[in-house]
Design a protein around this ligand. Structure first.
Ligand SMILES: NC(=O)c1ccc[n+]([C@@H]2O[C@H](COP(=O)([O-])OP(=O)(O)OC[C@H]3O[C@@H](n4cnc5c(N)ncnc54)[C@H](O)[C@@H]3O)[C@@H](O)[C@H]2O)c1
Length: 248
C-alpha cells in the first residue's frame, strides 16, 4: 500500500509505543486519528503532529466500550474521509490483582481491552475499508501471548495469544474485502515505564537483561505490515536482541 495521504486510526496512540507508531505514520504522510482514553495526552499528540507538519486528530475512545469504537470509526470517516489503516495498539493490564486473584470483572476487562476491542474494531472497519478498495489492520500482540512457561497475568497472556490466532484466522479477509490483517508480537518495549522498571533493578539484574525492543523498531514493523501487499494473516515477532522474524 502506498502510504501517502492515507488515513489511519491508532488506538492507544497518545503515549507509549502507540505514539511512536503514530509519529512514524505521520512521517510517511498518513493522516492519523489518535484514539485514546487520555484526553490531555491526546490533545498534546495532535498539537505535536501539527508542529511536525502532519495531519492528525484526537477522538476520546475507551476501546472497551462498543459505542466509543463505533464513534471512533465514524469520526475518522467524517473528519478525514475514510479509514485505510487500523492499528489495534491499546492494550496492557491494570495495577490490580491478576487472575485467579482478580475478580471476574477485573480480568474480563483485560480480555476486553486486549482481545475483544481489536476484534470489534476490525469487524467495524472491514466494510468502510472495502468501500475504499481495501485496507490494512495491524494488531499489537505481545510475547506474553506465546510460549509454555507460567505467566504473571494469565488473562493478558490468553488475550494476546487469542489476538495472534484471531489474526491468522482472518487471513482470508483479503479475498473477501481487500483488508489485510496482520500482527506484531513485541517482547518488552523500551517505553518510559519500562526504562523506569529497568532503573529500579539491581545493576546485576539489569546487566543480565537483553536490550529492550526500541519503539521505533515496532513502528518500522507496523509500517512494513501495512505497506507490503503480500502480507495477510502474518505474525511478525520482535524479540529482544535478535532480528525480527515471521512466525508460521
Ligand atoms: N510495553 C511493553 O513492553 C509491551 C510489550 C509487548 C507488547 N506490548 C503491547 O504494546 C501495546 C502498547 O503498549 P504500551 O506499553 O505503550 O501501553 P501503555 O500502557 O503505555 O498504554 C498506551 C496507551 O493506551 C491508552 N489506553 C489504555 N487503555 C485504553 C483504553 N481502554 N482505550 C483506549 N486507549 C487506552 C493509554 O492512555 C496510553 O496512551 C499494548 O497492546 C501492549 O500490550 C507492550
Amino acid at each position: 500500500m502506498e502510504l501517502r495521504d492515507r488515513v489511519a486510526i491508532v488506538t492507544g496512540g497518545a503515549t507509549g509505543a502507540g505514539w511512536s507508531i503514530v509519529l512514524r505514520l505521520v512521517d510517511e504522510g498518513v493522516a492519523v486519528v489518535v484514539a485514546d482514553v487520555a484526553d490531555v495526552a491526546g490533545e498534546a499528540a495532535v498539537a505535536a503532529i501539527s508542529e511536525r507538519g502532519g495531519s492528525g486528530s484526537f477522538v476520546r475512545t475507551d476501546v472497551r466500550v462498543d459505542g466509543d469504537v463505533e464513534h471512533m470509526i465514524t469520526f475518522a470517516e467524517e473528519r478525514h474521509g475514510g479509514v485505510d489503516i487500523l492499528v489495534n495498539n491499546a492494550g496492557g493490564w491494570g495495577p490490580t490483582a491478576n487472575y485467579p486473584y482478580a475478580s471476574p470483572l477485573q480480568w474480563s476487562s483485560t480480555l476486553d481491552l486486549n482481545l475483544r476491542a481489536p476484534m470489534l474494531a476490525t469487524q467495524l472497519v472491514l466494510e468502510p475499508m472495502r468501500r475504499r478498495g481495501g485496507g490494512a489492520v495491524v494488531n499489537v500482540s505481545s510475547t506474553g501471548g506465546l510460549g509454555f512457561a507460567p505467566y504473571e497475568s494469565p488473562e493478558y497472556g490468553a488475550a494476546k495469544a487469542g489476538l495472534i490466532r484471531f489474526t491468522t484466522s482472518l487471513a482470508y479477509a483479503r479475498e473477501d474485502t481487500g483488508v489485510r490483517v496482520n500482527c506484531v508480537v513485541p517482547d518488552w518495549i523500551a517505553t518510559e515505564r519500562a526504562m523506569g522498571e529497568l532503573a529500579a533493578m539491581t545493576p546485576e539484574a539489569r546487566a543480565a537483561e537483553p536490550p529492550l525492543v526500541d519503539p521505533d523498531e515496532l513502528a518500522d514493523a507496523v509500517v512494513e505490515l501495512v505497506r507490503d501487499e503480500s502480507l495477510a494473516g502474518r505474525v511478525l515477532l520482535l524479540p529482544r536482541g535478535e532480528p525480527r522474524r515471521f512466525l508460521g
